[in-house]
Every structure is written in C-alpha cells, then in structure tokens.
Write a protein that binds this ligand. Sequence first.
Ligand SMILES: [Zn+2]
Ligand SMILES: [Zn+2]
Length: 185
Amino acid sequence: MLFAPDTEMSLRAAAALVNTQPGASDSGSDELATVDDLRSFFEEWEYTGDRLGTAEELAAVRDVRPVLRELMTADAEGMPVRVNRILAEDHAVPQLVTHDDLGWHLHATPASAPLAVRIRVETAMALVDLVRNGEVNRVKVCAADDCDALLVDLSKNRSKRFCDVGNCGNRANVNAYRARKAASA
Ligand SMILES: [Zn+2]
Ligand SMILES: [Zn+2]
C-alpha cells in the first residue's frame, strides 16, 4: 500500500467516474446517463452520506467529471493550486471518522453536502497526499492511442500504462505482436 486506504479508494473512484465519459468509457458512450447509473456508481464505490436520486443531482455529478479530469491530470505546479481552490470554495473541514468496517479515515464535508461537492472534495483530499509525496504522476492517461481513460498507477515501480476499462493492455500486446510479425514477413 502506497497511500492511506481512503486515499487510494478515492482516487480509483474518481478515475472511474471520469471514465464514464464518452471517449474514456468501455462502451464509447456516456455511462452516467441516468439516475440509475448514478445509483449503481454510488453503490459500487461504497459512497456514504445523502443521495437524492434526482435529475439535478445526476446533472451536478456529470458536470463534476471534466473538473475532476482537469484536476487529476494537472502537473506538479498546477495541482496544488487547483486542490487549494476546491478545498477553500467548498469549505472543506477534514475530520477523522469511522463507520462500517473502514477504520479511521478522513471526511472533509458533512454527509448532507451535495454529492457532487462531496466527490470533488474527496478527490481533492486524496490528491493532497499525492502532492505531498511528490507523486502527482500516479494519475495517468491510458497509453492506448484510441483511449482517453484515466488510470491510477499504484504499482511499486510506476509501470502501469494502460487502463482497466477497455482491455487496452491486451490490445496493445496484440498490436505489437502483429507489427513484429508483419515486419519479419
Ligand atoms: Zn467514510
Ligand atoms: Zn485504455
């Protein structure tokens, strides 16, 4: 484990949320299109706190995706500025909490804050750890030519290049194999 469990979970959840956008998603279409899609996302990533299940909430979470993408792919100079802005604008107040079987971890917004705000702050709080550890490049864009998905590289030697979304690593291997075969033929 490189970072605290809640940091790693938040980063992976944020990447998964960004990757519901067309261009990054497995299907190529928007995978956060309905209130039901949002409910599945919420449950899959074990979010807690209030969920309204309204079209407005869905719209707000959809709109947070490009913000997260810009935030997570910012460079070592840009990321701290963006993180600070979000923490200030959303009035983040880090508190140690424990619930379910998660052990002590940080929440920086009340459970009643809008879901989109909670996601934005949670992502910013996770990036605080990356910035402080000089690890902002742990968030990468998939190396496949035709894939925009984000990935969080938590490998020891920072070797992860392809996302888990579209089987990109396998496709790249197959393409490399075909290229080698074509070159030797
Ligand atoms: Zn929690
Ligand atoms: Zn990919």
